[in-house]
Design a protein around this ligand. Structure first.
Ligand SMILES: Nc1nc2c(ncn2[C@@H]2O[C@H](COP(=O)(O)OP(=O)(O)OP(=O)(O)O)[C@@H](O)[C@H]2O)c(=O)[nH]1
Ligand SMILES: [Mg+2]
Length: 380
């Protein structure tokens, strides 16, 4: 419940900022600018002419990341796949429950990780199967188009690139691969571009600019869009977003996995336990049985996890109370300065730096896996 309070607080701050900006000369540029309106129209006009729509969502917020343009298609349209991308960042058990939910709703859905080739191969097979079903009366000489649609930063361009790469290799086609620009900042893609992803039949995927509904959503949805990076961090102070993350983390079971990190100077444990986030150089170091002497990112991640574990487990207050959760979060900010090696000269700056680094770890799945949306209660 305390997490809800922190989410609403940051969501309200974002909403106020958007509303204030809307009434100023800048006319709502913060949420839904004229470019987005034009992009929405261009995408909506093309929807009736494509063979398949892939509704790209963020697996961490399967409902909050749905795109308003596809509201009417949401149910059971056979030319509509819901792709829960960034599955690698979501909690496995909760994601399974969401996949069951979509199955029960008769939606064609799949979890996908744009950074994983096996996942992309499965996703490409699903696309090819669905295209084949829709065009079953024809031979393989046709050309089909698949449009990726979604809100900002859900991974549309990363999926387009990965499908293009895997598809071209599978088709043994030579030629230069094209690249859509992928960025952690929302709103990167500015036009509609096509990428070939299969031959016999030819299938092209259309990467599109992000679209948000013209109406500003409620504060609960806004806070989740902000935390997952679908809308820019410049809306509010990073510290407020990081406080919301900490409230979610402290109310979850994630930190329990990091109990073994709690014996502080155990470098042998560090070397044996970082497999999930080892970089290539880290792996080489492990193979050579060396202890890393510098503060590599992996070491920092372990320190952050240990700090989170220790601050939660040594806290005596009731974290269901908003006031006591706040006290814990204040304590965590101070402890995380050391874990992140942030200088403590100016507390305000230090907290801002800690917040930025912590959000980066959350958004790359290094401080746990979460699904922030609750399953709807009225499951048939
Ligand atoms: N961990 C993880 N990160 C992903 C995945 N897909 C995309 N990303 C990252 O998410 C960020 C956004 O990816 P993009 O492909 O640019 O997202 P987009 O939907 O095209 O964004 P816009 O063009 O702004 O609408 C980038 O930092 C990607 O590397 C995924 O499956 N897992
Ligand atoms: Mg893009």
């Amino acid at each position: 419940m305390a997490a809800l309070h922190f989410g609403r607080r940051v969501g309200r701050a974002v909403k106020e900022r958007i509303v204030r900006r809307k009434s100023s000369v800048l006319q709502g540029r913060l949420w839904h600018d004229p470019f987005m309106s034009a992009a929405s129209c261009a995408i909506a006009e093309r929807i009736p002419f494509v063979d398949l729509i892939v509704h790209v969502t963020d697996a961490r917020i399967p409902l909050s990341s749905q795109c308003h343009l596809l509201r009417d298609y949401y149910q059971t349209s056979s030319n509509h796949i819901i792709a829960l991308n960034k599955a690698d960042l979501a909690s496995r058990s909760a994601l399974q429950a969401w996949m069951d939910y979509f199955r029960e709703m008769n939606c064609i859905s799949c979890e996908v990780n744009a950074h994983n080739k096996d996942s992309i191969r499965q996703f490409l097979s699903l696309i090819q199967r669905q295209v084949g079903k829709l065009r079953s009366d024809q031979d393989n000489k046709y050309t089909a188009t698949v449009m990726l649609i979604g809100i900002p930063n859900v991974g549309k361009s990363a999926l387009a690139n990965a499908l293009h790469q895997v598809g071209r290799i599978r088709a043994a086609e030579k030629g230069k691969l094209k690249h859509a620009t992928v960025s952690p900042e929302p709103g990167e893609t500015k036009d509609i571009r096509s990428y070939k992803i299969a031959s016999h039949p030819n299938i092209y995927v259309l990467d599109t600019p992000a679209v948000l509904s013209p109406e500003v959503p409620d504060v609960d949805i806004l806070s989740k869009l902000l935390l997952t990076g679908a809308i820019g961090d410049n809306m509010v102070e990073k510290k407020e977003i990081a406080q919301y993350f900490l409230a979610i983390h402290n109310s979850s079971e994630q930190y329990k996995k990091w109990a073994k990190l709690s014996s502080k100077d155990d470098d042998s444990f560090f070397l044996n336990s970082t497999a999930e986030c080892l970089t290539t150089s880290g792996l080489q170091m492990k193979q050579k049985n060396q202890i890393p002497t510098d503060h590599t990112q992996d070491r920092v991640v372990q320190d952050v996890r240990r700090t989170l574990y220790e601050t939660v487990t040594t806290f005596n207050g009731n974290i269901r109370s908003e006031v006591e959760m706040e006290a814990l979060i204040v304590r965590q900010f101070t402890a995380l300065q050391e874990a992140f090696h942030v200088s403590t000269e100016c507390e305000e700056d230090a907290h801002d730096k800690v917040a930025g680094k912590l959000l980066n770890l959350f958004r790359t799945g290094r401080v746990g896996h979460y699904i922030l949306d609750n399953l709807p209660r009225n499951i048939p």
